[in-house]
Structure formats: structure tokens, C-alpha cells
Design a protein around this ligand. Structure first.
Ligand SMILES: [Zn+2]
Length: 295
């Protein structure tokens, strides 16, 4: 029994691992297992995973955010898209204080985790081996279990989605869901995000379900179509544009008014938070905000 993590089998060879309101996935083949996202690096995820599988474990990160990447510190290596490596090593992601605060915030929102984490629970920062992954790369886990990389920049420039054709699904991190944040430092413009979704859509006949990094646990693949239509609305200035601030404190506009269960009142399963100064493509990617303090 872990103080920090719970697990649930979602397919014969796939376990959903959650920590508060965030979730990662352990996919097992016959020769190795792939851990997709590693949560906040608070508590021993490596120990928890060891109880789930005897196979050697490869780690891949959907994007370099505080609630997805820092658990990789304990594993010593991870696969990640090169465009998110700097973000992962920034204080926004690896800072021990930030991780502790984030986890306690996530716990505060989750009835399953009434306890609070303390600093000694937070995994130390160290340099880890980062292996690049790109569009089309395939993790061959043995026994016909193959997981393919799809690049979907938007939420971050280096966001990837992992396709699991055997189980008819993708593991989509924060790429496209009921609360897609495209207003963060390191997010793309809405114009670029729409292009990403059009690219993602070319894979749509190879899966049905999208397992994201936050609840609801999964959304249907039509979420991509909802996202494309919503980008068009935003670019045309025809969305609800409700002023909002994300839990991490980033200001933005919520594209569609929410109804029950966090879903858009108007229907569909995609909603977007965006910045009005980040609608159209810019000549070069820019990370907004304070420069990192290197220590
Ligand atoms: Zn994220």
C-alpha cells in the first residue's frame, strides 16, 4: 500500500497509475515495460512500479511538466522530445519546492489522498540521461506490443502522444482534453496547435480512446475534432472567451463555458485555455516569463 500512488488495470497489459489528480501508464510487453509519464517525483514511483512488474522498465515522458516528468529523476533516464528538455530541467518542473506544493495541491483535491507530503518525500534533482524521441519512433516491448510516437505540439512544444494500437488507444498526456492549457510558458500559438491536431487526426482511424494525464480518465477520439473546431472558433473570435487563471497561476481565456463534470456546456469533450497574444504563429518559439536561475 503506497501513501502516494494507486493503480488500476485498464487493459490486460496496461496499468493506470495515479497520484492525486494526475495519471501515468505502465504498458507491459513480453520483454520490457514502458512507463508513460512519471508524475511529480514525490514518493518512490520506482518502488511502486517494481511491485507491478518484474520486467526492465523504460521511461518516456509526454512533456516536461511538473506533474508528468520529475519521477524520471528516480529512474536515472528517460525518453523525451528534445523540445521539452530545457523545460523539464527548469525550476518550473524539477524544483523540489514546486513539486511538493503541486502534490499537496493535487492531494487536497483528491479524496483518496488525505495526507500531506513533506520535503523528505521529494526525490532529489540529479542529471539524468535524456534520450530523444521523434514522430514515428516505436517502442517494441516484445510479444507484439508496440507503442508509436506522435508529435502533437501545443500544450508544450515537445508534447508527444503514444499510440497503442493493440489496445485501440493513445496515451495523450495533456495534448487534448477537457481542459487543454495552451496558455503556459512553453505553449505554442493556437494556429500551430490547430496544425498539430490536424496531424494527430491523421492517426484517428488507428484508435478509439484517449487516456490523458488528468481526469476524466479517458475521452473519445472525437475530442480531436472538437479541438480543431474550437481552434477555428478561437481564431475567429467566436468562442466564449471567459477570463480565467489556471491552478499554476497562468492567466488566460477559457474558450467554452463549463457545464456539469467540467465538460463544455455546449457539448463535446475538448476545451482550451489560451492567451490572446498567442493566437497567430510567431517567427520563433519564445518562452515567456522570467529566465531560469541556474544553480
Ligand atoms: Zn502539462
Amino acid at each position: 500500500m503506497s501513501k502516494f500512488f494507486t493503480s488500476k488495470k485498464i487493459y490486460d497489459n496496461v496499468t493506470l497509475i495515479s497520484c492525486g489528480t494526475v495519471q501515468g501508464f505502465l504498458v507491459e510487453g513480453t520483454e520490457r515495460a514502458l512507463l508513460i509519464d512519471t508524475l511529480c517525483g514525490v514518493g518512490s514511483l520506482k518502488g511502486f512500479v517494481r511491485e507491478l512488474t518484474d520486467l526492465p522498465v523504460t521511461v518516456v515522458i509526454t512533456h516536461g511538466h511538473v506533474d508528468h516528468a520529475p519521477g524520471a529523476l528516480e529512474f536515472g533516464s528517460c525518453f523525451i522530445h528534445p523540445d521539452d528538455i530545457a523545460l523539464m530541467y527548469s525550476d518550473r518542473c524539477f524544483s523540489k519546492e514546486r513539486r511538493l506544493n503541486f502534490v499537496n495541491m493535487a492531494y487536497g483535491k483528491s479524496e483518496t489522498f488525505p495526507s500531506q507530503a513533506v520535503m523528505s518525500d521529494v526525490i532529489d534533482v540529479q542529471a539524468i540521461r535524456t534520450y530523444p524521441v521523434y514522430e514515428g519512433d516505436v517502442f517494441d516491448l516484445g510479444g507484439g506490443v508496440k507503442i508509436e510516437v506522435i508529435e502533437v505540439p501545443g500544450h508544450t512544444y515537445g508534447t508527444i502522444v503514444l499510440l497503442d494500437e493493440k489496445n485501440n488507444c493513445v496515451y495523450s498526456g495533456d495534448a487534448c482534453n477537457v481542459n487543454t492549457l495552451i496558455n503556459l510558458p512553453g505553449s505554442t500559438t493556437i494556429e500551430e496547435y490547430k496544425e498539430s491536431l490536424l496531424h494527430f487526426k491523421t492517426y484517428q482511424d488507428r484508435f478509439d480512446v484517449m487516456w490523458g494525464g488528468h481526469g476524466p480518465a479517458s475521452v473519445p477520439k472525437t475530442t480531436i475534432d472538437d479541438g480543431i473546431a474550437l481552434c477555428d472558433k478561437i481564431l475567429a473570435g467566436e468562442d466564449d472567451a471567459i477570463e480565467t487563471v489556471t491552478t499554476s497561476g497562468a492567466p488566460g481565456y477559457l474558450a467554452l463555458e463549463r457545464g456539469d463534470s467540467f465538460l463544455p456546456k455546449a457539448g463535446g469533450t475538448c476545451n482550451i485555455v489560451y492567451s490572446k497574444d498567442m493566437l497567430r504563429r510567431r517567427p520563433h518559439p519564445e518562452i515567456k516569463g522570467e529566465p531560469n536561475l541556474i544553480r
